[in-house]
Design a protein around this ligand. Sequence first.
Ligand code: HEM
Length: 445
Amino acid sequence: MSRWTMTYFSASIAFLLSGLVSIGSGYGTLSAVDAPDNLAIIHLIVIGWLGLLFCGALLQFVPVLSATHLRLPWLAAPALLALCLGLGLLTMGFLALGGRLPIDATIMSVGGMLLGIGFLCIMAMLATTIVAQRAFGISGFLVLVGLCALGVTIVLGNMFASLLAGVLDIPLLATHLAELAPYHAGLGILGWMTVTAIGVSYRLFAMFMLAPERTGARNPIAIAVPCALAALFSAIGLRFLDAAWAQTVTIVAVILLALIVGLYGQDVWRMFKARRRKTLELNSWTGLAALGFLALAAMLLVGAVSFSTNMALATAAFYLLIMGWLTGLGLGQLYKIIPFLTWLETYGPVMGRREVPRVQDLVDERHARPWFGTFYVSVLVGAAAILFGSDPLFRAATWIQCAAVAALALEYLRARRLSYAPLHVRLPPGAVRPHTICVTTQTKE
Ligand code: HEM
């Protein structure tokens, strides 16, 4: 078990709640996506929530995918510290830019550098673990490709931050900042997170549905993903050169993305049909719902890039990717991962010697089900609010999301505190109630 995964998860949920409360309380506006208030909240959610969630989960799963132990495990704690500190400074920098904090905005480039260091530590741990095995399946391959996209996202982010803070003076970059920002966002949300989520979920869906894995290296996704990323990288270069076909290359990248989503959906559908677990658990249903949001977002994105000059369509597509697809998938998988890790940590030492509960005994799906439903409906309402440009509706949808996330966080806490475990097997002799936000008994790292 990775010692720091639970700490990453705890921090990520705190960042998500703080982002949602900020939007609900009136920070940010739909009329200018690149306003400093919006950028502060966007990064709280994409780096604080999704970034830490992904890092924490990958520290746990990459060793499982690669059937080996995590390399450089001592980097996990300093990386978390650098990421939290860096995000704090970046957010303060955005608030300074917007005139909300009376401090020097150069702080945001220090934040960017700390974020770069934190992510570099994570990349080093994951990449060395994956390449330590000579053959890695599609999951490991997609995680590696995702890490390349993360690297470019960070470089672009740091260039933007230094430019906005006045630390860097590159007129060519300043002229192209507005048109390059969506590529930075696309590389982070699609290139890194979506590609990684697809890679890891091949394994997770197979595991949770008891379905045959579709992880063979000859999967066409293994070709389509690098092609889509290469198209995105080329489009960035062409934007710098003011080349006329930068837009055409971008459209090719987005169409490839839609193709990847189609291939992935087809694979998940085959796993769904071939599954041996006929009654699916809640986390599998929420994962399938998240996939529906991915498909919807991909269609909107193709429409936005190919036919529309309406910014709201692209914003709604990114919103559906961040909240419907990645957040929905993340909240659903946490509902399984937290009880599973808690179960391993608590009952692993006494397994085979004492009667212990099942993993599913640590949760009560009747409590969580309505909140997942509420969450997904509020995401649809939020997307509609973006399309109609209604700030009040968007804030109302965000408060509902916030209530759903808080209720789910309580369910995670109950699982972690063993609250639902039947009393007679809750703490057999030799088992210790786990610490809420970190793993104390480390079986392997
Ligand atoms: C070292 C880490 C990062 C730094 C320093 C950074 C910095 C920035 C800056 C300065 C901007 C504003 C650009 C502008 O003025 O329009 C920006 C925009 C944005 N960033 Fe980041 N970023 C980082 C990582 C990420 C990651 C990992 C993601 C997503 C996963 C992300 C998503 C976004 C989004 C969605 C926008 C708004 C784009 C738009 O206006 O169209 N950033 N970032």
